[in-house]
Design a protein around this ligand. Structure first.
Ligand code: MRU
Length: 350
């Protein structure tokens, strides 16, 4: 599986595969300043928790590049970083990546040296993301039975990361290992990341995929044709509760009702050990326009409001395992998540 060119540093700008246009058109948008990149993140030209984080890390490079040297450099730089951080509240990877860049800023006084250090750090995140994807793919595929069919939600593939994915990294690995027969992809209303993006990625990779309306997922699970549900995440709280694209929680409920294992695949940068439980996760609400109109056609009468949360929280007791680059947390809860993260470097372990 070749990484998808989701984002690429050109030398003075960040080039993004414009995900709003897929699958109809493969076009790129080039962001040469923080304002245009913040716009691209907010409007989902680039989306998916790891990809948002890495894009923002390159955004910090743009913040330094586009701020003239002088007395106000630090103030303006930090305002630009804050603009990036204001784009989307739920995916913790965004804050994890800008946090790394903020710490570099605090340690480096010279502007040119800072630009080089921020750029090295962003490139390093891309490499780590690709390595994490491969590792999650292997850990996750190990949990799947032979000849298996999986159901996924939203897009947790190469498009949502630096190029390989989280949930779809498991799919790619299982496919390469000859264990996978087919994928079902929820269409994922209201923005169709499943039918537009996941189906596009899997079709490109030659993996059999069918899309279904979100509302058909419970019936599909009841039919016995799915061996596992595999999804990504935008933020995992310290007790193992999982925020992911809205529609994930009902999927977990239906999976439990029909005895189908429910797996969450996410890198360590998606864990938020400072957030105790899912109740404390800030859920992004998006505009009525995303629901009210499709392809120029009105779907909601004028004057009718819309309740449009972009994410929901699946309680940890509905999750059979969280798969990350360092291994598998089975039956996640406060103790198992703390014990696991306590053992890895990123969280102060060995
Ligand atoms: O609103 P989006 O498209 O950014 O939401 C993306 C998701 O919910 C993904 O499932 C999640 O980020 C995991 S991606 C590896």
């Amino acid at each position: 599986m070749q990484p998808i060119p989701t984002l690429e540093w050109t030398g003075n700008a960040l080039r993004l595969l414009d995900q709003r246009l897929l699958p109809g058109r493969e076009e790129y948008v080039c962001c040469g300043d923080v304002e245009s990149l913040a716009d691209a993140i907010r409007n989902l030209a680039v989306r998916g928790a790891p990809a948002i984080g890495i894009a923002a890390a390159y955004g910090c490079v743009l913040a330094a590049l586009t701020t003239p040297e002088g007395g106000d450099f630090g103030k303006i730089f930090l305002e630009k970083v804050a603009l990036l951080e204001s784009t989307r509240p739920t995916a913790v990877n965004l804050f994890h990546c800008t946090g790394v860049q903020r710490r570099i800023f605090e340690g480096v006084g010279d502007r040119d040296e800072l630009i080089r250090a921020l750029l090295r750090s962003a490139h390093d995140m891309v490499e780590k993301d690709l390595a994490a994807s491969m590792s999650m793919g292997k850990h996750g595929a190990g949990l799947l039975p032979g000849n298996c069919t999986v159901l996924t939600h939203c897009n947790a593939g190469g498009l949502a990361t630096a190029g390989l994915g989280t949930a779809l990294a498991v799919v790619y690995e299982a496919w390469d290992a000859g264990k996978l027969v087919k994928v079902f992809a929820d269409e994922t209303r209201p923005l169709f990341q499943g039918s537009r993006l996941t189906a596009w990625e899997l079709e490109k990779a030659g993996i059999p995929v069918s899309v279904l309306p979100d509302s058909a997922a419970a019936s599909l699970l009841a039919s016995g044709s799915v061996d596992a549900v595999v999804v990504g995440s935008d933020r995992i709280a310290a007790n193992g509760d999982v925020a992911n694209k809205v529609g994930t929680y009902p999927l977990a409920l239906a999976a439990r009702a029909h005895d189908v294992p429910f797996y969450v695949v996410a890198p360590l940068s998606t864990f938020d050990m400072e957030t105790e439980s899912g109740k404390d996760i800030v859920i992004e609400f998006r505009g009525r326009g995303e629901m009210a109109c499709l392809g120029g056609r009105k779907l909601v009468p004028d004057g009718v409001d819309a309740w449009n949360p972009a994410f929901d929280v699946t309680p940890s007791d509905l999750v059979d395992a969280i798969i990350c680059e360092k291994g598998v947390i089975r039956y996640p809860n406060e103790d198992s998540v703390r014990e696991f993260t306590g053992m890895v470097d990123e969280f102060g372990g060995q």
